[in-house]
Design a protein around this ligand. Structure first.
Ligand code: KG4
Ligand code: ZN
Length: 353
């Protein structure tokens, strides 16, 4: 069972070929990140235009790496939500056209659910990937932390899951991106804050953790504002001073202390709740998924505090990619889930789990 996965929900144009839900045969990603970096965040129109230019070369590249031609492909899986409308449209319309032309079954994949499935890949002959030796087992606790989502999900089996909690406002990745902007660090904020934090003191500032009514819900807008207020105070400025000019007033050691202190508390917040969920539901496996799952600090804190062994997938499979979409597509095919209509499949920008 070989599935071609197509992903274009944000600023990565990605395609991959996965066999039997465990083996990565080809994985290609083109990113328009550099085009957005100068604006400090993704510009939807630029992302959509860039997907149009990249999608066909990226699909060809993934098929080439997998040494597959169209006869070898058993189905096409595509992200239909959540994401940016213009971006999603490019992937979905490409997948629909290819499914019709090559007479392949089409599977519609939820992007956030897809992130979790990156953890099911255990084999590849492609160079440069470190994959876990074994697949996660059910019941499976998944911490999904990306630029658009922060949630804890308990999977009893494939396609049988409960959302334990989610963010009420900003996603954790969004908070990293916004704090990076205040500190004058480049987009995306996760990796740039992580790198700067290595030079700083994680205990220099005490930022608050949001107290939520529901035990597994998150909120990251408070800590984002707390960092902004602390930076203003450190610079001797108030809220009337333009926030994009604050970074010029900070020294490099000050930036490092803010980055390290923010990162410690933001990551602690998601780790606290993952440990709590582990104690309540006693899952057989725990996985982390989404762009922030690439964070070495998250991996360090979780491995240190979780009372069971945990393995992590390659960081390249945490940020948006086609492999996670192809993997979930394989499980849809193997479990005979309903097919999408290649003449009708519509995007769902606000799709939830
Ligand atoms: O999953 P993803 O690629 O796209 C969404 O579905 O949102 O996640 C992007 C987010 C960004 O907020 C980025 O700052 C964060 O993931 N990120 C990281 C790292 N790499 C990307 N955060 C922490 N550490 C990283 N190494
Ligand atoms: Zn994502």
């Amino acid at each position: 069972m070989k599935i071609l996965g197509i992903e274009s929900s944000c600023d990565e144009t990605a395609a991959a070929v996965v066999e039997d839900g465990s083996s990565l045969l080809g994985n290609a990603v083109a990113t328009s990140m550099a085009l957005h970096a100068q604006y400090g965040g993704v510009i939807p129109e630029i992302a959509a235009r860039s997907h149009i230019e990249s999608i066909i070369p990226v699909i060809k590249e993934a098929l080439g790496q997998a040494k597959c031609n169209w006869q070898d492909i058993d189905g096409i899986a595509v992200t239909y939500g959540a994401g940016l409308s213009g971006s999603l449209l490019v992937g979905v319309m490409s997948a629909r056209s290819l499914a019709i032309t090559h007479k392949k079954p089409l599977y519609a994949v939820n992007h956030v659910e897809g992130h979790v499935y990156a953890n099911f890949l255990t084999k590849t002959s492609l160079p440069g990937y470190t994959l876990p030796a074994e697949q996660p087992k059910f019941p499976l606790l998944a911490l999904i932390v990306s630029g658009g989502h922060s949630q804890l999900v308990l999977f009893r089996d494939h396609f049988d899951y409960t959302l334990l909690g989610q963010t009420h406002d900003d996603a954790i990745g969004e908070a990293f991106d916004k704090v990076a902007k205040v500190l004058g660090l480049p987009y995306p904020g996760g990796p740039s804050i992580g790198a700067k934090a290595l030079e700083g003191d994680p205990l220099a500032y005490q930022f608050p953790k949001a107290k939520m009514q529901e035990p597994y819900d998150f909120s990251f807008s408070g800590i984002k504002t707390a960092v902004l207020r602390a930076v203003q105070k450190e610079c001797g400025q108030d809220h009337t001073f333009p926030s994009f000019k604050l970074a010029e007033l900070l020294s490099e050691p000050q930036k490092a202390n803010f980055a390290a202190s923010f990162q410690r508390v933001a990551i602690e917040t998601v780790v606290d709740k993952t440990i709590k969920a582990f104690q309540e539901f006693l899952p057989a496996s725990v996985v982390i998924a989404g762009g922030v799952a690439a964070s070495p600090e998250l991996r360090r804190q979780l491995s240190e505090r979780l009372p069971c062994p945990i393995t992590y997938t390659d960081p390249k499979l945490c940020t948006d990619n086609g492999a996670m979409i192809a993997t979930l597509g394989c499980y849809q095919a193997m479990h005979k889930r309903p097919l999408a209509d290649p003449y009708k499949l519509a995007i769902e920008p606000n799709l939830s789990m």
